[in-house]
Structure formats: structure tokens, C-alpha cells
Design a protein around this ligand. Structure first.
Ligand code: IMP
Length: 178
């Protein structure tokens, strides 16, 4: 938790998020139309709302698994050192994998987790991030699909937190300190 006072200004509405997911899912469905071995891997905790909407819109035969990596802790600064706090339940060797991330910020998390998953020899690994802050990048990484590119703002909502709060907002908002 944080005791700094702040307000949240809406940046991306729930309606815009839904429309973008629908559009991206057309492309993802084409990519994975040839497989019945798809595993959608959600990176906890920030992707839990996104993955729920994504898999329902995808409407493909698929399994869902989760991986938890440490990044921001309870604050606003990336730790840069990525640790796996909770591993996948299932093996992904020979499977088609779609990794779902909430935000690509410095890029360290996506870099570390894709390397880890690739070392397990999936048949295909694709990545999707709801948000991307390209101006913050420290490691050259880009998800195969991105929902929205955003400026260097600290955002919350739609699964994403500040000090573990605000994950339940239906839209993406930016934090403004008062
Ligand atoms: P990266 O390793 O710096 O790319 O950080 C990725 C992770 O940092 C994301 O999965 C988020 O959990 C967290 N993060 C990055 N930017 C924000 C933000 O604006 N709000 C909340 N969490 C963020």
C-alpha cells in the first residue's frame, strides 16, 4: 500500500479496450487456426483481467496456465531483476504458447520470461501485451501484438495495480498525485 494521495484520470475506456481486443483476436485466431495445442499463459498478477477477456474473445480450443514473476513489488520502480515466484503447472514442450503480459515497460520481464519459456522448447511462442511504454525501454523487446502504446505514465486498472490497489477498475487510468 501507499499513503501518497492521488487521483486517477481515465486514459483508455472499457469500451476502447473491448474493441481493441476484438480486433487483435481476429489476427490471433488466424495465427493459431492450425493447432489444437494452444496454451495461453498469463503473467500474474497484472494480466488476470486481460487474459479473461482475451480467451473468451478468442474462442479457440485452448488451455490456460499462469506464471508469476516479480517486477515492481509494491512501488513504482522496476526492480530490473526478474524472479519467478510461481511457475507453470503444465509442460509446454511441443505446445503452441501465447504469453499474455499487462505492460511492457523496461522490457526486462518480457525478455526474461520469453527466454525461460523458449528454453522449454515450445513449438511456437507468441506474445501479447495490453500496453506498451516504448519510451521506457531498456531491453529491446516488442510483443507480437500490442493493445495500446502509451506515454510514460504510471497506469492502473483493468488488472493493473498501484500498491496492490485499483486492479478492479474497468478502465485504464493514469495516476496523478495531488
Ligand atoms: P518491465 O519488466 O519493466 O517491462 O515491467 C513490466 C511489469 O511492470 C508489468 O508487467 C507491470 O506489472 C509493471 N508495470 C510497468 N508499468 C506499470 C504501470 O504503469 N503501472 C503498474 N505496473 C506497471
Amino acid at each position: 500500500m501507499t499513503d501518497r494521495r492521488y487521483v486517477i484520470d481515465e486514459l483508455i475506456s472499457a469500451k476502447s479496450i473491448a474493441a481493441r481486443i476484438e480486433a487483435i483476436c481476429h489476427e490471433i485466431r488466424e495465427e493459431f487456426a492450425d493447432t489444437d495445442k494452444l496454451v495461453v499463459v498469463g503473467l500474474l498478477r497484472g494480466s488476470f483481467v486481460f487474459i479473461a477477456d482475451l480467451v473468451r474473445e478468442l474462442d479457440l480450443p485452448l488451455e490456460v496456465d499462469f506464471l508469476e514473476a516479480s517486477s515492481y513489488g509494491d512501488g513504482m520502480e522496476s526492480s530490473r531483476e526478474v524472479r519467478i515466484l510461481k511457475d507453470l503447472r503444465g509442460a509446454i514442450e511441443g505446445r503452441d504458447v501465447l504469453l499474455v503480459e499487462d505492460i511492457v515497460d523496461t522490457g526486462h520481464t518480457l525478455h526474461h520470461v520469453t527466454k525461460l519459456l523458449e528454453s522449454r522448447n515450445p513449438a511456437r511462442l507468441r506474445t501479447i501485451a495490453l500496453l506498451d511504454k516504448p519510451s521506457r525501454r531498456e531491453v529491446e523487446m516488442k510483443a507480437d501484438w500490442t493493445g495500446f502504446e502509451i506515454p510514460d505514465e504510471f497506469v492502473v486498472g483493468y488488472g493493473i495495480d498501484y500498491g496492490q490497489r485499483n486492479r478492479n477498475l474497468p478502465f485504464i487510468g493514469k495516476v496523478r498525485f495531488t
